[in-house]
Design a protein around this ligand. Structure first.
Ligand code: MG
Length: 314
């Protein structure tokens, strides 16, 4: 992109050490985004979403989740979704909560999965329905199977900065969980600000604590939520610390279930706008992405939540 669309602003990189770098965006709208939306989209629409995101240049697209359909009806039929996007060259990982989900995912052809754990006990009990210790046993069993099968695994850590019941999350708890996951063999770790409360200094603190514990920054991703409008600036702090993988959802879909806020996941549209504006390549065509975000919002019966999609589709 030769300048910012509509205004012709020049690309200016204020972080010289990242000049010319590229980043990897994990597009999470088909899984993390849709599972938090009240309207359930059918399989055809979810396949169309993944195909549109792929056409817009997304390289990693989280395709679904092998959780129980009675608990998360938005993800019903993830096996069919996965089979129908198998022809795409993109990575299409799926979330797997336990060995049963792992077997179902493998039967649908999955060779790229994610496990999900909470850094805090309260969120584990409230959202995942079991203690941290129990959930770690489930995840470790999945990771062991995945290692045997040569399946790639990403580890999600949620509530990394704070949770609504316990307040600030002790950094030592995050380092402990991350270290245990690495010990099972999980290489890629995504650090989730699940309620979107972090500010840039906290991002720096947690990233540095993890790299000080021996985890290479190249294995870390940031999963920011925009509840308080801080997601992009938190990404910026992460960039400055060397993080090059960021999670985002087209149109910002996926409301935050723990705050009365219209905004959930960092929107891919806003993220791409910022990154391209500071000279970092994303591989994503912003026009095609914004069209997809507007289409997705329509399918969900709402307006796009991202500022960029709102501005460009007005
Ligand atoms: Mg999220």
């Amino acid at each position: 992109m030769a300048g910012i669309r509509g205004l012709g602003l020049p690309v200016v990189d204020p972080l010289p050490k990242v000049s010319g770098d590229s980043v990897e965006i994990w597009e999470v709208s088909p899984r993390d985004g849709l599972q938090a939306e009240s309207r359930t989209l059918d399989v055809d629409t979810r396949v169309a979403l993944i195909e549109r995101l792929a056409a817009a240049g997304a390289s990693v697209i989280e395709a679904g989740s092998f959780v129980r359909a009675d608990r998360v009806p938005q993800m019903a039929g993830s096996d069919e979704v996965l089979r129908r996007v198998a022809h795409l060259p993109q990575r299409t990982p799926v979330l797997v909560p336990n060995v049963r989900g792992y077997d179902l995912a493998r039967a649908a052809g999955a060779d790229d999965i994610a496990v999900f754990l909470s850094a805090t006990e309260s969120f584990s009990q409230e959202n995942l329905g079991a203690s941290r210790e129990r959930m770690e046993q489930h995840a470790a069993a999945v990771v062991t199977r995945a290692a045997e099968d040569g399946v790639r695994v990403r580890g999600y850590l949620s509530m990394v900065f704070a949770d609504p019941w316990e307040g600030a999350t002790p950094v030592a708890d995050v380092v402990g969980l991350a270290t245990r996951m690495r010990g099972w063999g999980v290489r890629e770790l995504s650090l989730g600000d699940t309620i979107g409360v972090a500010t840039p200094g906290q991002v720096r603190t947690v990233v540095r604590a993890l790299t000080d514990a021996g985890i290479p920054v190249s294995d870390l991703a940031l999963h920011m939520h925009d509840t308080y409008g801080m997601a992009a600036v938190n990404v910026y702090a992460g960039l400055d610390e060397g993080v090059r993988v960021f999670d985002a959802a087209a149109g910002g879909v996926g409301g935050c279930p723990f705050a009365k806020s219209a905004t959930g996941n960092l929107s891919t549209d806003d993220l791409v706008w910022m990154l391209e504006g500071i000279g970092i390549r994303t591989g994503i065509d912003l026009d095609a992405l914004v069209e997809t975000s507007a289409w997705l919002a329509h399918e969900l019966g709402k307006n796009p939540m991202s500022r960029v999609a709102t501005a460009l589709t007005r």
